[in-house]
Design a protein around this ligand. Sequence first.
Ligand SMILES: [Zn+2]
Length: 418
Amino acid sequence: MILKNANILDLKTGTVQTGMDIAITGDTITAIGVELHSDDKDYRDMSHRLVTPTFTNGHTHLGMAMMRGYGDDFALQTWLETKIWPFEAKLTSEDIYWASKLSLLENLYSGVGTIVDMYDSVGYVVQAGRELGMKGLYGKGVMDLSGDGDKKLQRFVKDYTTYGNANQRVILAPHSVYTCSESFLKDCLELGTTYGGVLHTHVLETEKEKEDFETAHGMSVVDYFGELGYLDVPLVAAHCVHMTERDINTVKGCPFIPVHNPVSNLKLGSGVAPVGRWLGEGIDFLFGTDSVASNNNQNLIKELQVGTLVAKNAWGPETIGSLDMLRRAFDFGDVLGFNHGGVDVGKKADLICFDLESLHFTPANSLLSALTYSADIGDITDVLIDGEYKVKDRESCFDDEQVRYEVSTRTRRILNEV
Ligand SMILES: [Zn+2]
């Protein structure tokens, strides 16, 4: 396949190359150049398109799609205990499959090709991901509040063996320090490094979490993770809103991947993550949406834009630059190890095409600026993952109507039960 005459965003330099042909063989970009010759008849003219890598969504709970708009105006703990957990208790595995599919489609239509998820019935989430071809670290979310931690860990090993593969990697995701005991966290670390190799958790989402933990343990959550050994392994850490300067120095140089979840943090009134300091220390963070219950959608473009604005507000307009933020949104540093995050020869053909003839890209003073501040979902014409079209000429390659029907009817059933 050849994408002809494309405008390519080069994330190494922040420049745009025009009139370039992109050759894709199988799942990989195999050549980029001017007027590439090929016998390949499968080509499309991309003269008025900007081609970028797909976005990476570093933290979500795909299976929560049915809880969109269910209890919007609560603080985190009350919201979890009175609304979310009782609703989740009614979800069947099939409900989670359909909810995940809906969330994945939303991700896809905002240009996301890779996700990091945390949810209980990981097999059903992976099934949805595999059918749509969405890559990711599919985390089995676990906690041991009800004392059945051992059973959950056994189940994780089974899920890892049964459902994991190279593109849908099953990992272990202990929920947080306030829902997991110390001995359970130790077991999670041992199992999670043996199976999956990366762990995913929530870190310092709220001021309350920080204060309660420090009162009870006499140390910071980050130091605690360090003591347990969590800072020696790749750890995708959602939120990290209340990291202190000391915490940032502690994680510097560790395989610690913070996730900036600005919309969810704003909605729950949790604050703004220290993005300016992460950038200052050269830390490769990711953007994440969190679930639709606390966001309320899966739109990485919105996350990039809001996340950049709140960071500018907190750290100053000159500290936060478009290129730095775009690199994180695209996982330019390849912190997840999927060999994506750049339109380069040898990289996977995970690509978004933006319509440069849209109003949001006019005039074309700066395409970096347009992507960061004015682009919208409607400007996306094509999304490819592993060289396969998932969205083509603004048309979905999937049956959205069936997904909508299943999620709507199943949600009505649960609302009658709770
Ligand atoms: Zn979360």
